[in-house]
Design a protein. Structure first.
Length: 231
């Protein structure tokens, strides 16, 4: 989808959502107003704004498709077709974002539009995703909304199919303890009942495999109510 098509697509989704899921229509309306004065050429040049918009359109289409099913049983069957990580996103976190106040929404929209967002961990997350998806009975999902608003770089699940929210940070970050405290509070505010705050050291040539192993192990074994900082 090109930048010039985004606003029309948002308007179409708003019209559909008004009848099916009003909370989605409200959120999409906020986003549509946010970009309405941005020319398509300028929007195309805003890489991460476009990535967020395309992701939001895709999520909205999936959500409306599920909500349009004729019964709760049919909707539940739709969720069962998803991976555990997708099911946690679409079945819990995405609708929670639609229905609750997001106090960070205004802040990160402004940062995205002004080009102040620099995802230092993007390549690492892509590598982790590839490694996880090579293994059996695993799933992985990333969403900008989860990252910006919910302190969650990624959602992973392992053999037990228990999704786990993960945040990455560099080992030498002098503010990591305060970031950890803020992260834990953010997860609790969103009703996320467990999480993993993973520090890594780029100098360790095996750090990707270590991150993958720690994430998958804790997906299966971290108890509810725990927000683990590792190491």
């Amino acid at each position: 989808m090109q930048a010039q098509d985004i606003q029309d697509k948002l308007k179409s989704l708003i019209s559909e959502a008004t009848q099916i899921e009003p909370s989605l229509a409200i959120r999409l309306g906020e986003v549509e107003r946010w970009i309405k004065d941005v020319k398509p050429g300028a929007l195309t040049n805003k890489k991460f704004v476009m990535a967020f918009l395309l992701q939001l359109v895709s999520d909205s289409e999936v959500w409306l498709a599920v909500k349009s099913l004729p019964s709760d049983a049919a909707q539940q069957a739709g969720f069962e077709l998803m991976t555990p990580a997708e099911r946690y996103w679409y079945g819990y976190l995405f609708p929670k974002w639609l229905s609750e106040t997001d106090r960070k929404f205004y802040i990160w929209k402004k940062k995205l539009m002004s080009g102040q967002f620099y995802p230092a961990d993007e390549l690492i997350l892509r590598t982790i995703a590839a490694r996880i998806q090579q293994r059996e009975d695993t799933s992985f999902i990333q969403r900008y909304i989860a990252d910006f608003s919910m302190g969650t770089d990624s959602i992973v699940s392992n053999h037990q199919q228990q999704p786990l929210c993960i945040q990455l940070t560099t080992l030498n970050d002098e503010f990591s303890e305060q970031k950890y405290q803020n992260w834990q509070q953010t997860l609790q505010n969103w009703g996320i009942d467990r999480g993993l705050f993973l520090s890594y050291d780029r100098r360790d040539r095996n750090f990707i495999n270590q991150l993958v192993n720690v994430a998958l192990y804790n997906s299966d074994n971290l108890p509810a109510g725990r927000y683990l900082k590792f190491p």
